[in-house]
Design a binder for this molecule. Structure first.
Ligand code: KIV
Ligand code: ZN
Length: 507
């Protein structure tokens, strides 16, 4: 079996999905889970792009072990310096430098001649190799680049010291057979290609990112760049869970193996979804609610008689437990904290104690506490502690014949603010009152409410997306009262904006 290295870029390309920005603490939590999942490399960010990105890469490099840590840099000195400074403390640091090589990118974006691009790439790789033993080079928009030019630049950067050559399908334009042949030609035409590992990085604009990645490994690629749940720029990147499980399920025809602990897939995927607030679509392969449920009578009958009639993999193999019910009000704090850590929720002692108190309150109201309740409960708890604004109190007056009016009290550090506002409905009135306190002007892009778990006593979770100064922020809030959940979600989105955009507005 040939080993395929998994390079996870959830924290970099994934975070580029509109609305998926994460705080440093959230990136760190996810990085710990990616180490548990046994990804080979994680790309933690693009350090030159903002102080926040830099600090996140640095924090993860200093605190997450057992996994290689990469940071992205354009092929310019200041980017490489920032990338290096952010990852130098990692056990296995890697600088990932890129420059565009397609005619359209070179002419219009870079406004450089091809020879100048080669020179910049070579200089960047040499400079980076003087700093770290591992340097990855990506010719951006690789699949729309001229093959001869691509082979020329690849040969030169390998000579300059690049040990990993990553071919990106930046705009998700490739189709599998053609992409496989493209990789094959690079493998055969570049004379020193054996001195590097060939990697691919596929975007999903045509829904072909995983298929293209599979075609690439069939033609010699040995590293594949992926993200959890397939998040990433535009339509996203190749989904880790789909790529890895395709190799696992189709070993008969794909003689490749990864180091991924597939039983950690489901938890990793849910942790991400909870952190960024993007729900997992029900029909999503491997991780969606419906991925292992059989609706038609014929299918149910078949599965009861023999599971393999309609199941090509078991839910257990990806860490999905058929009995999701975990805890009740008699569960002790040890069982509670063990379950949290199994779910990838990393809390300190104080946070566990506080979350446990909330858990007991919830278990009293709602006999059955599911894993999904735990994610929401813990997120709610942690959010309160790191939040700029915390909801202390709200009151709503609303009816079909009156003007909806909201009064709210928010706390920020030691100061309590109180405001009232009217709105088109009770939710609008709450949002207007919050705006008065926080002084933020937002545009509401999306508002969703859903029950976290089954039953009439379920927690309701509101997830929203707001836009502030052209940038989107997700917020989530949970409560058995959906107006309270709405207030919490809106405040959470504003807190994210405050946390991710420093006062000088430079994020
Ligand atoms: O899609 C892309 O080309 C990238 C590169 C930076 C690898 O994300
Ligand atoms: Zn990308």
């Amino acid at each position: 079996m040939d080993r395929i290295y998994i390079f996870d870029t959830t924290l970099r390309d994934g975070e580029q999905s509109p609305g998926a920005s994460m705080t440093i603490q959230q990136k760190y939590e996810l990085a710990l889970q990616l180490a548990k999942l046994k990804a080979d490399v994680i790309e933690t960010g693009f350090p030159i792009s903002s102080p926040h990105q830099f600090e996140a890469c640095k924090y993860i490099s200093q605190h997450v072990n057992g996994i290689a840590i990469a940071a992205l840099a354009r092929s310019v000195i200041k980017d490489i310096d920032a990338a290096y400074m952010s990852i130098k403390d990692a056990e296995h640091p890697r600088i990932h430098t890129f420059i565009a090589t397609s005619p359209i990118h070179m002419k219009y974006k870079l406004q450089k001649e091809p020879d100048e691009v080669i020179e910049m790439a070579v200089d960047a790789v040499k400079y980076a190799r003087n700093k770290t033993g591992e340097v990855e080079f990506s010719p951006e928009d690789g699949t729309r680049s001229d093959l001869d030019f691509l082979c020329r630049i690849v040969e030169k950067v390998i000579d300059a010291g690049a040990n990993i050559i990553n071919i990106p399908d930046t705009v998700g334009y490739a189709i599998p057979e053609e992409f496989g042949a493209f990789i094959n030609k690079i493998m055969n035409r570049v004379p020193n290609i054996d001195k590097s590992i060939v990697s691919v990085h596929c975007h999903n604009d045509l829904g072909l990112a995983v298929a293209n990645s599979i075609a690439a490994v069939q033609n010699g690629a040995r590293q594949v760049e992926v993200t959890l749940n397939g998040i990433g720029e535009r339509a996203g990147n190749a989904a880790l869970e789909e790529f890895v499980m395709t190799l696992n399920v189709r070993k008969d025809t794909l003689p490749f193996e990864t180091n991924i602990d597939t039983t950690q897939i489901y938890n990793s995927s849910r942790l991400l979804s909870n952190i960024i607030g993007f729900p997992i679509p029900r029909n999503k392969p491997i991780i969606g609610d419906n991925a292992f449920s059989h609706e038609s009578g014929i299918h149910q009958d078949g599965v009861i008689k023999r599971r393999e009639t309609y199941e090509i993999m078991t839910p257990e193999s990806v860490g999905r437990d058929s009995s999701q019910l975990v805890l009740g009000r008699h569960s002790g704090i040890h069982g509670f904290s063990k379950r949290l850590s199994e779910l990838g929720l990393t809390l300190n002692e104080e946070e566990i104690k506080k979350s446990y108190e909330k858990f007991l309150e919830l278990a009293d109201r709602k006999k059955e506490v599911f894993d999904d309740d735990l994610y929401v409960l813990v997120n709610d708890q942690i959010r309160r502690q790191t939040a700029t604004y915390v909801l202390e109190y709200f009151n709503i007056q609303s009816g079909n014949l009156s003007v909806p009016t909201a009064t709210i009290k928010l706390r920020s550090a030691d100061t309590v603010y109180e405001e009232a506002a009217v709105g088109d409905g009770p939710v609008d009135a709450i949002f207007n009152a919050v705006d008065r306190v926080t002084g933020t002007r937002t545009k509401l892009i999306e508002y969703n409410v859903q029950a976290v778990t089954p039953g009439r006593k379920a927690l309701g979770e509101v997830s929203i997306i707001i836009q502030v100064n052209g940038k989107r922020f997700v917020g989530r809030g949970a409560s058995t009262d959906i107006l309270e959940a709405s207030a919490k979600a809106y405040i959470n989105a504003i807190n994210r904006y405050k946390a991710l955009v420093p006062k000088n507005g430079k994020e």
